[in-house]
Design a protein around this ligand. Structure first.
Ligand SMILES: [Zn+2]
Length: 219
C-alpha cells in the first residue's frame, strides 16, 4: 500500500463505490468527494453519505448547484425523460462539461488536502457518448491540472477499459461484491441496490451482473 493520500470522486453508485474500495486497497489515506448538483434524487447524496460513513472515509460534499442552472438535463430535472442517445445524438443525461468541472474541483480539493492521487470511475468501454469520460480527456486534464496548480497529481481510472461485467469482477476481487450490490445506487429512478430494473442505468448494471454471475458460476 502506498503511504500516500487519494481523493475519490464518489457518487454512491456501483462504479465509484468500486473505485473507493480500489483506493482503500491501494492508498493509506482516502478521502471521498461527492458533488451535489440537485440530482433528480436526493437519495443519491444520502446513499453516498451512508457508504462513506460505513467505511469510515472522510467525505466532502461540494455544492455544484450552478451546473443545474447552466445545463438543465435529465439528471437534474424530473420533467426531462431519461433516454439513450439515438441517431448519434448524446443521451438526455449528458451534462456538458460535468466531468471537466467535477475533476477540476476534485483537483482543487486534492491540492488543499495535500493528496497526490485522484480517482474517478469514468469508463470508455460502455461509452454512451460522454466525451469527458474518454481516456484522452482524462489524460489531457491531468496535464492541465498539474500545470494550473503546479502539482504532480496522478489521475487514476481503474474502470476505464472494463465492461460492466468486469467491474463486478473487480468488486468481487476486492471483496466488496455484496456491499456494492446491496448498498449502491445506480438507478435513474432512485432505487438502491438492483434498482427499478427499467431505466437505462439499471439495464446496463443488470446485464453486467448477469454476465459476471455466469462467468463466476463457470469457474
Ligand atoms: Zn432504474
Amino acid at each position: 500500500m502506498k503511504k500516500e493520500k487519494a481523493v475519490v470522486v464518489f457518487s454512491g453508485g456501483q462504479d465509484s463505490t468500486t473505485c473507493l474500495f480500489w483506493a482503500l486497497d491501494k492508498f493509506e489515506e482516502v478521502v471521498a468527494v461527492t458533488f451535489d448538483y440537485n440530482q433528480r434524487h436526493a437519495a443519491e447524496i444520502e446513499c453516498a453519505k451512508a457508504i462513506a460513513e460505513e467505511l469510515g472515509v472522510e467525505h466532502h460534499i461540494l455544492d455544484m448547484g450552478l451546473l443545474n442552472q447552466l445545463a438543465p438535463n435529465a439528471l437534474t430535472r424530473s420533467e426531462i425523460v431519461v433516454k439513450d442517445g439515438t441517431g448519434g445524438s448524446l443521451p438526455s443525461t449528458f451534462v456538458p462539461g460535468r466531468n471537466l468541472l467535477f475533476m477540476s474541483f476534485a483537483g482543487v480539493l486534492a491540492s488543499q488536502l495535500g493528496a497526490k492521487h485522484i480517482i474517478t470511475g469514468v469508463c470508455e468501454t460502455d461509452f454512451s457518448g460522454y466525451p469527458d469520460c474518454r481516456d484522452i480527456f482524462v489524460k489531457s486534464l491531468n496535464v492541465t491540472l498539474n500545470l494550473s496548480m503546479d502539482e504532480q497529481f496522478v489521475i487514476h481510472t481503474p474502470l476505464m477499459w472494463l465492461n460492466k461485467a468486469e467491474t463486478w469482477e473487480m468488486a468481487d476481487k476486492l471483496g466488496c461484491f455484496s456491499f456494492v450490490r446491496k448498498k449502491t445506487l445506480t438507478c435513474y429512478n432512485g432505487v438502491v441496490s438492483d434498482g427499478c430494473g427499467e431505466c437505462p442505468a439499471c439495464k446496463l448494471r443488470k446485464q453486467g451482473l448477469e454476465d459476471y454471475l455466469k462467468v463466476r458460476a463457470a469457474i
